[in-house]
Write a new protein. Structure first.
Length: 169
């Protein structure tokens, strides 16, 4: 039974690690995208907005772009609205996911945990199980700490007006 679990554990962990990765970032275009596609891309995501006046509004959510106006939520549920012609760029900020480190830690430590558990198999079966579980608890935490130190992926420009925008403040 343990051998079956040991054979099935790495592929399951690998599948979890692959599922926790983000989608590949599409190429940034200077052509304005259709506003419906922009609204889908930024739905429920933090966004940075660059305005023609040079103002940069960071970490806004609830952005809705129409042909006439762009609005987003500000402090305490108030809505700020500007003409869409004033918006130079809308940049979706990529969120960091600690779960990737957890999954990679599990994946890397699976062979180590299996080896540790096999070392205890001849002496004490419960000791082998306890060491396996302990190793599989410590390794994901180590993976999370390592992933926290890695560089975050770049933000993604989802809307950009061709031509020059005002200087960023």
């Amino acid at each position: 039974m343990r051998r079956l679990v040991a054979l099935l554990l790495p592929p399951v962990i690998l599948a979890q690690a692959c599922a926790s990765g983000g989608p590949p970032l599409p190429a940034t275009s200077l052509d304005p995208a259709p506003l419906a596609a922009v609204n889908r891309a930024i739905e429920d995501q933090p966004v940075k907005i660059r305005l023609a006046s040079g103002e940069v509004v960071e970490d806004v959510e609830g952005v809705v772009m129409t042909a006439e106006s762009t609005s987003w939520l500000v402090n305490h549920g108030r809505v700020r609205t500007v003409p869409t012609a004033e918006v130079c760029q809308v940049i979706r900020q990529v969120r960091f996911r600690a779960g990737k480190g957890y999954a990679w830690g599990l994946l890397v430590c699976a062979p180590i945990a299996y080896g540790v558990a096999n070392g205890y198999q001849t002496r004490n079966p419960l000791g082998g199980l306890a060491s396996l579980l302990f190793t599989e608890m410590v390794c994901p935490l180590a993976g999370m700490f390592i992933a926290a130190g890695l560089k975050q992926p770049p933000d993604r420009v989802v809307y950009s007006v061709p031509g020059s925008c005002g200087p960023a403040r």
